[in-house]
Design a protein around this ligand. Structure first.
Ligand code: ADP
Ligand code: ASP
Ligand code: MG
Length: 438
């Protein structure tokens, strides 16, 4: 069985929802993962922010606007009065849940419950739509099998054990629809796989059911060799290896949630990226092998903070780096890049939640400098294969860019540089002009 995921734009209007229905109904049984309609999760985040700030009146205005939008979607989507009624009931139920948080206490569980409503509504509506059009379709409630553990990592063994009973419970169907993004956490509360997490839902389900293929349907014809939001003249890549795609997704290529590739790689399940607006395009295929074409693509990850620890005690001493790393480990803060000199070590992190406490402990080891608003630009490919050396070409392409850190040789797939975020766009454009498209 295949797992197909459709993103926000793909289900962003009644017309697009109908296009998804036409696309998936080829008679082959499948699981279809849907995001919320585009813009919805952003609106729900905005509503939650007003509630956190106790600005309940503004929250109510935004809730009202969003509810009106959904009522119109229902009216435009269905032909039968019966389905219009059923659709309006789903919308009313979700908005009753959202409105329940406009009085009383509001915390993280409340926020996550609000954020979940976008996917709950979109999946219910498309399930009704497909049944109205004669396609035997059942809804799989993601909250019954999608789970994260205490460390907020996806619990694949749990998902594997629980999805099959849920499939059996809902009964035989040609098409199964489920919510992307949302899950339960270790406390049994509603939670999610972070923004953009519907891709990850699809690959987790793919791994859990040992799918033949995972397809990510979005609003672009596949993985491009640079970020089309910032760079002109990007080109689609036909094929990527799991490792290359994992590096690019982790380092900011928004087309895939950072962790999407991992379950697919474990299960050796091909991932195909396809354009809902142009389904005849071949898209991008991600498999175990690389086609060995040298430099493939670049991506950038924002919101990076560089931490530099300078200490004379580092000179000729062993155990210094271990002590430093242990502090980051203690505060469960992952490190992305590292570079060292005789007397200093620089580290980058993207989670600054515990930075003050980390700095306090690092202060015992030397002078600590912190720089935020940085971006990691990651250049990916089978870089060892590249003729005439890979690094010189990269450095030539980066001429004039104020590089703060470089990481090369950590893997055969990437070279990363740290630049101030204000220089990100020109860095990406220069890499496209001098490295990718020349
Ligand atoms: P969806 O809602 O379908 O999940 P996203 O907006 O999350 O869609 O992801 C698709 C978008 O990712 C594209 O429209 C594009 O702007 C952006 N993007 C960033 N980097 C890349 C890349 N390297 N290749 C393709 N798209 C990219
Ligand atoms: N709706 C969620 C978001 O906007 C999940 C997703 O679209 O993948 O982040
Ligand atoms: Mg996405």
């Amino acid at each position: 069985m295949k797992v197909l995921k459709f993103g926000g734009t793909s289900v962003g209007s009644p017309e697009n929802m109908r296009a998804v229905m036409e696309q998936v109904t080829d008679g082959e049984q499948k699981i279809i993962v849907l995001s919320a309609m585009s813009g919805t999760t952003n609106s729900l985040v905005e509503i939650s922010n007003y509630l956190h700030k106790k600005n309940k009146d503004t929250a109510r205005i935004f809730i009202g606007k969003l509810e009106d939008k959904y009522k119109q979607v229902v009216v435009d989507l269905f032909t039968s009065e019966e389905n219009k009624k059923a659709g309006l009931k789903v919308v009313a139920k979700s908005f009753k849940t959202i409105k329940s948080f406009t009085s009383g206490k509001f915390g993280l569980v409340g926020e996550n419950t609000i954020l979940a409503q976008g996917e709950i509504i979109s999946t219910n509506l498309v399930t009704f739509l497909m049944n109205e059009n004669g396609y035997n379709t059942k809804l799989l409630p993601a909250l019954d099998f999608m789970k994260i553990d205490e460390d907020k990592a996806a619990d694949l063994p749990f998902i594997r054990d629980n999805i099959k009973p849920v499939l059996e419970k809902v009964g035989d169907a040609d098409y199964y629809i489920t919510q992307g993004f949302i899950c339960k956490d270790a406390d049994g509360d509603i939670n999610n796989l972070q923004r953009g997490g519907s891709d990850y839902t699809a690959s987790l389900i793919g791994a859990a059911i040992e799918a033949d293929e995972i397809q990510i349907w979005t609003d672009i014809d596949g993985f491009h060799n640079n970020d089309p939001r910032f760079v002109e003249g990007t080109k689609k890549i036909e094929q990527l290896s799991f490792n290359e795609a994992a590096e690019l997704a982790y380092f900011g290529a928004k087309i895939l949630h950072p962790q999407t590739v991992l379950p697919a790689r474990v299960g050796n399940i091909p991932v195909r990226l396809k354009n809902t607006m142009n389904p005849s395009d071949s898209g991008t295929l991600i498999t175990a092998e690389s086609d060995g074409m040298g430099i493939k693509a670049v991506a950038a990850k924002d919101g990076i903070t560089a931490v530099k620890i300078r200490s004379a005690r580092m000179l000729m001493a062993y155990g210094f780096l271990k002590n430093i790393f242990e502090i980051f480990e203690k505060f469960k803060t992952p490190i992305d890049m590292i570079s060292t000199s005789e007397v200093a070590v620089s580290i980058t992190i993207d989670n600054t939640q515990n930075l003050a406490a980390i700095k306090e402990e690092l202060d015992k080891f030397g002078t600590v400098e912190i720089d935020d608003d940085m971006s990691i630009v990651c250049i990916v490919g089978d870089i060892i294969e590249e003729e005439n050396g890979f690094a010189p070409k990269v450095f030539k392409a980066l001429d004039g860019i104020p590089i703060r850190m470089i990481s090369y040789g950590g893997s055969k797939y990437n070279i990363s540089v740290l630049v101030p975020t204000i220089n990100k766009k020109e860095t990406l454009q220069s890499l496209s002009d001098n490295l990718l498209n020349s």
